[in-house]
Ligand binder design. Structure first.
Ligand code: C2E
Ligand code: CA
Ligand code: CA
Length: 230
């Protein structure tokens, strides 16, 4: 099943998007979290079918809303290699009727490290379709700055480990400030992940971060629940 976590625009204070996060509703074990099953699904190749399903389900859910909220779907590096991602995304948009600009694809730098012709081709085709591309977990790995100019990203997501530390140490705060300045000069939007306190939110708003996501603003919840009163 897909749960959805809200993303808030810090300038307008509006909920502008949701990230789709997968859970496994297990008959005896209850709700199983992605850390427990995604690596296994990647290993077995089952992630290809699960990822295709997630794209369709998220697009279908959001196409029913009469608001123009975006939905972001996580895509595994394995899907780049083992499936035709462009065909899967096109299929999801066609089946659901969702406008391309309302769909965002979140990828991690693992996909880019290999920098094959295929990666470049897939990303530029996705971008041509009109879907947004978001670089997830920025700052957690090598995060070569070159990725931002080499590939057509419209957004980067600052990893939770930095958000956690912005009020605790000056270096993390300086790093976040620099990422924000860099992204802004490249015309890339920034979402801070894992915002848990109002102090963190205030600091990010002051630093002109575009969007925030985290438990403070809302936990991931089932579609019906997320939109119950909307
Ligand atoms: P991610 O893409 O970095 O997703 C953000 C994770 O941070 C989610 O964990 C979310 O529940 C959690 N989170 C959000 N706000 C906060 C906060 O304020 N504090 C803390 N401590 N955590 C917060 P989740 O749902 O367990 O997902 C873990 C990872 O599993 C995701 O990390 C993503 O890499 C992967 N994943 C989830 N769904 C999918 C999917 O449909 N496909 C693929 N390929 N991977 C997925
Ligand atoms: Ca993500
Ligand atoms: Ca992330």
């Amino acid at each position: 099943v897909l749960y959805y976590q809200v993303q808030r625009d810090l300038r307008t204070n509006r909920n502008v998007g949701y990230e789709a996060l997968m859970r496994w509703q297990h008959p005896t074990r209850g709700l199983v979290m992605p850390v427990e099953f995604i690596p296994l699904a990647e290993e077995t190749g089952l992630i290809v079918e699960m990822g295709r399903w997630a794209l369709r389900q998220a697009a279908t859910d959001f196409a029913t809303l009469d608001q123009s909220t975006r939905v972001a779907v996580n895509v595994s590096p394995v899907q780049f290699v083992k499936s035709d991602l462009v065909a899967d995304v096109t299929g999801a948009l066609q089946v659901s009727g969702l406008e391309a600009h309302r769909l965002e694809i979140e990828i991690t730098e693992d996909v880019l490290i290999e920098d094959t012709d295929n990666t470049q081709k897939v990303l530029s085709e996705l971008s041509k379709l009109g879907v947004s591309l978001s670089l997830d977990d920025f700052g957690s790995g090598y995060s070569s700055l070159a990725y931002l100019t080499q590939f057509p990203f419209t957004k980067l997501k600052i990893d939770r480990c930095f958000t956690e530390r912005i009020l605790l140490d000056d270096r993390s705060r300086a790093l976040v400030t620099s990422i924000l300045a860099l992204a802004s000069s490249l015309g890339i939007r920034v979402t801070a992940e894992g915002v848990e306190t109002s102090g963190q939110l205030a600091m990010l708003t002051e630093g002109s971060c575009d969007e925030a996501q985290g438990y403070l603003l809302g936990r991931p919840e089932p579609f019906q629940k997320a939109f119950a009163d909307k």
